[in-house]
Unconditional design. Structure first.
Length: 483
């Protein structure tokens, strides 16, 4: 037998032995040529904030609300100035992250309008396929209760703890959380609960973010002890508003057990409560890093910090005034629009990738990426080839500094029923409201204030043709009417 064949056989035998003694670690080298030690597949934690505006983080200019742990992550990792969500609201953004498909192609272009099917391949399934232990802790939002195939455990997560339904996730003091397919009864009391466990609690003893954090940390400890690589999708509901009670509760729907460092600020109670929620989110990140340090796992763990969409527009106070939350702390950092808009105020999010020993600290990049690119990147980080059938393109070379990276030329967005759509290509961004197009030079006018469509007919024609071509490829969401 040729020596090379011997080695191949031994490699195959070793691979078989590892498989037989499951759990299976992902391949250290994967299919890539580069097999340096730094490429050993790391643990991956994605901490996804809910409705946190890009301007509400110190690393992007916030001064009134302190976010020291997020800021430190940015300082020690790679900070993105043009990380955009793939959607301007919760469910569709998560759908794009999980499937790698932009919002014209994934199941949900609106909250709760559809659910994931067996045929959909999620990031969790892709990572589990190469040996990762997988957990979703927090908010899912991609299922219907009557369709178990859409539940997290059927979509690649070994562990699920939290809220399947995003209306349930509005409630920070729920009567129950889901633990796998079981329910965990809390000590909270929600009289006359509305749909999916929402409602206002009259007895508030168990704060959901406490329970979520405890479950996330248990998962991390267990995988560290087992020395098994893990993917933790920590989809916190912080700092989202409790929609159903925002006009009736004194806190304006920003439910928090303590006002923390903001108790004595001369702000309204809703505003102090919101700041305290951001503080709690930041504290959770700090606690995660301390845990990883204590377990000796920090250097083997990539942390991605993101928000799912831009700062929210919802009116917070309960006294009939009309403040917009996204303006309290300059949440959109000057970008136009809010959550729900395909202007950059709805899309731009704070994005950080922290990967000790691989991502050089202290860097900032203006590479344009979105949630579908993150999907592709994490698949490659885990040792697989980035799938070609998805929208996103891996930006792994941007992280490692090895190999060439060219961002996609064009990014597209669709909102529910295509009421809005947007195309970003080079310096130009077109935003449609129904059929009305506005054109912006986002290099000269990042605030998207001046519509140049009348002055630039050729650019309009080019971007319009891009959108029309994409329209032809778009698989319009099925509205749960079939496959
Ligand atoms: Ca959200």
């Amino acid at each position: 037998m040729h020596p090379r064949s011997v080695r191949s056989s031994l490699a195959a035998l070793t691979a078989f032995a590892i498989t037989a003694c499951a759990p299976t670690p992902p391949p250290a080298s994967g299919p890539r040529a580069d097999t340096s030690a730094s490429r050993v597949a790391p643990n991956v934690v994605v901490l996804l904030a809910d409705d946190l505006g890009i301007g509400e983080v110190g690393a992007w200019g916030q001064r009134e609300v302190a976010t020291p742990h997020i800021d430190r992550l940015a300082t020690e990792g790679l900070r993105f100035t043009e990380f955009r969500s793939s959607a301007a609201v919760c469910g569709p953004a998560r759908c794009s992250f999980m499937t790698g498909l932009h919002n014209g192609r994934c199941r949900l272009d609106d909250n709760d309008i559809d659910y994931l099917r067996d045929a959909d391949v999620t990031l969790a399934e892709r990572l589990r396929g190469v040996g990762y232990a997988t957990a979703l802790v927090g908010k899912w939002g991609l299922s219907w209760e009557s369709r178990p195939e859409s539940w997290p455990q059927a979509q690649g997560f070994d562990v699920f703890f939290g809220y399947r339904d995003q209306v349930h996730a509005h409630n920070f003091y729920p009567e129950y959380l889901l633990d796998g397919t079981d329910s965990l009864r809390t000590r909270n009391v929600v009289p006359a609960p509305r749909g999916m466990g929402s409602g206002s609690a009259s007895v508030r003893l168990d704060y959901a973010p406490d329970l979520l954090r405890a479950r996330a940390f248990r998962f991390v400890r267990e995988q560290a002890a087992a020395r098994r690589p893990f993917f933790l999708f920590w989809a916190t509901n912080l700092p989202h508003i409790h929609n159903e009670t925002r006009t009736t509760q004194p806190d304006g729907g920003y439910e928090t057990p303590t006002l923390g460092p903001y108790a004595d600020r001369p702000w309204s109670l809703p505003k102090r409560s919101y700041a305290a929620q951001i503080h709690r989110l930041d504290t959770d990140l700090g606690a995660l890093r301390a845990l990883l340090d204590s377990l000796g796992a920090a250097r083997q763990t990539m942390i991605v910090f993101l928000s799912d969409n831009g700062a929210t527009f919802l009116r917070g106070p309960h006294d009939g005034t009309t403040e917009i939350i996204g303006r309290w702390f300059a949440g959109t950092a000057g970008y136009r629009g809010f959550k729900g808009d395909l202007y950059d105020g709805g899309l731009r999010v704070p994005g950080i990738v922290h990967w000790p020993g691989v991502v050089a600290p202290g860097r900032t990049t203006d590479a344009r990426v979105d949630f579908t690119d993150l999907h592709a990147t994490l698949v490659e980080v885990a040792g697989s080839r980035a799938p070609t059938e998805i929208t996103g393109r891996s930006f792994l070379p941007l992280l490692t500094g090895r190999g060439s990276y060219t961002p996609r030329d064009v990014q597209v967005w669709y909102s529910p029923d295509r009421r809005q759509s947007a195309v970003l290509a080079g310096r130009w961004k077109a935003v449609w409201m129904l059929d009305t197009l506005r054109l912006f030079d986002v290099e000269q006018d990042p605030g998207e204030r001046t519509d140049l469509s009348a002055r630039e007919p050729r650019v309009v024609a080019r971007l319009d043709s891009i959108r029309r071509a994409e329209d032809q490829r778009v698989r319009h969401p099925s509205r749960a009417g079939g496959d």
